[in-house]
Design a protein around this ligand. Structure first.
Ligand code: CMP
Length: 224
């Protein structure tokens, strides 16, 4: 647990108490971990693979709320309020998860203001990101939304190429990118193609290169 940023800030005594209650679950690529409305209330820690959190409409349209990397946690909302899961969780690549039950976590939160503050920080960060996403979907034109997403992904997933440009590994499909910003795969494809033609982006083997970061940042700031 000490290697998980969320739990690293917990007092060691509380962390050790929790470690004794961890269980493990594996989930194959594309497998459902839980669905919105399920009444499980455990907290989950991504150890390997990635987890997509998403909402699906009755017509089958999807919004990706977040893609979690190893070390990140999810399931804290049902853990806290005891209500059904607020989103679907799906394995993105083969996943290994560690699981903490509500009955084991709640006493630790009751005893530890530090642990509560850590959880509030996490909720606050997620609310901020969701507000940004909502602003994008409701108020920004597609080029700004996509430019913001590429810049944000370059912070979290980017690597620098020999030529000094930022490379984004394309483990996310154009459909995934669209779902993160409320746009269709076709529109994402068209916009990326335009930026490649205009020299803002390059397509490398399995990666997208950001060649003109300033131009992309201008588009991100342009808004509607
Ligand atoms: P829970 O409701 O237990 O199950 C679904 C999980 O998805 C939820 O806890 C959070 O961990 C996560 N989640 C729900 N909504 C968002 C959001 N808007 N942004 C990031 N994560 C979310």
């Amino acid at each position: 647990l000490s290697e998980t940023p969320f739990f690293a800030a917990f007092p060691p005594a509380q962390r050790d108490a929790l470690a004794a209650h961890l269980s493990e679950r594996n989930c194959d690529d594309g497998g459902t971990i839980f669905l919105r409305g399920d009444d499980s209330t455990s907290l989950m820690i991504v150890v390997a693979g990635r987890v997509a959190l998403r909402l699906t409409s009755p017509q089958g349209r999807e919004i990706l709320l977040a893609i979690l990397e190893p070390g990140e946690i999810f399931g804290e909302m049902s853990l806290l309020d005891g209500r059904g899961r607020s989103a679907d969780a799906v394995a993105f690549g083969d996943c290994r998860l560690l699981i903490l039950e509500r009955r084991d976590m709640v006493p630790v939160l009751r005893d530890s203001p530090e642990a509560c503050i850590r959880l509030l920080e996490l909720l606050s960060a997620r609310l901020r990101r969701t507000s940004d996403q909502l602003e994008g979907v409701a108020l920004l034109a597609l080029p700004s939304r996509l430019a913001r997403l590429l810049l944000a992904l370059s912070e979290t997933h980017g690597t620098r190429s020999g030529a000094g440009q930022m490379l984004l590994p394309l483990s996310l499909s154009q459909r995934d990118l669209g779902q993160l910003i409320g746009a269709s795969r076709e529109k994402v494809n068209l916009q990326l193609g335009r930026w490649v033609a205009d020299g803002l982006l390059t397509r490398e083997d399995g990666a997208l290169g950001i060649r003109d970061r300033d131009a992309l940042a201008d588009i991100a700031d342009m808004g509607a």
